[in-house]
Design a protein around this ligand. Sequence first.
Ligand code: PPS
Length: 292
Amino acid sequence: MQPSEKYLFKYKGFSFQPDLVTVEVLDSLEDFEIRDSDVFLVTYPKSGTIWTQNILSLICHEGHRDGTENIDLLDRVPWVEYNIRNMDYISRVSPRLFASHLPYYLVPKGLRNGRTKVIYVSRNPKDVLVSYYHFAKFSTKVEEVEDFGIFMERFISGNVLASLWLDHIEGWYAHRDDFNILFLTYEEMKKDLRSTVLKICNFLGKRLTEKEVDTVVNKATFDKMKLDQRANYEFMPSDILDHSKGTFLRKGTIGDWKNIMTVAQNERFDSVFKERMEKLPIKFCWDISDEL
Ligand code: PPS
């Protein structure tokens, strides 16, 4: 069963959602004007994007930390390629925060200025796959595939939005010297959120008091985020997410893949991914009880 063109279109070898972006917009991204003070959060889908969007927003906006501003994540850290709210990115005040699923070769060329900060968050690909599979049930923009085995085959052949996980992560690591980039993993965030928040503050050159750091950590925990209407994506319109069928903050753990993948599926996954993964300069954590 091949993916439907209703949900995927390829632009320069990378899969996008056809309802949410046009070729003209993608063409224009190359020359999108970058500021030194911009911060770009880049991820493969389902790797901890909204989590890190929330952390960035909490670090950079006092009004988010102290709850005096009721601005949601899509306004705080909009997607550069999917401008869902038709925002005027040019008139945004600095520092502008952006999220993106773009591969290294499609980001604005100004990002290679060596100054603009890029944060790349990755997650072990089996949990990405499982999270993606569940996401497809409630995102009206992602094709739902009931059979997990079929969805997995699409994932491991790159026939999903954002194409092949391996290509995405390999590309960003291989070209890391072209960018001022901080690499993080979902798993290190999960194991030690405070250290990750401090790492991000340090990278951004942002000094927060101990108390402010505590607030960021507290508001970025899974349980708190799930209840935070500015952060849990329940503000997303129902023509994009069918909230009766699922939730963005689903389980938020490491190792959920073990609850769905059969032994045979796991072996099949490894037979396709293992060799290339071993060459990545990063080791993943596959279970919540594993050491990093
Ligand atoms: S998307 O569609 O690409 O923007 O999705 P993304 O935000 O990258 O990934 C969604 C998964 O991230 C989990 N999540 C969290 N985990 C732990 N703590 C916090 N605070 C948190 N916030 C989001 C979310 O639950 C999705 O993972 P799964 O495994 O489906 O629960």
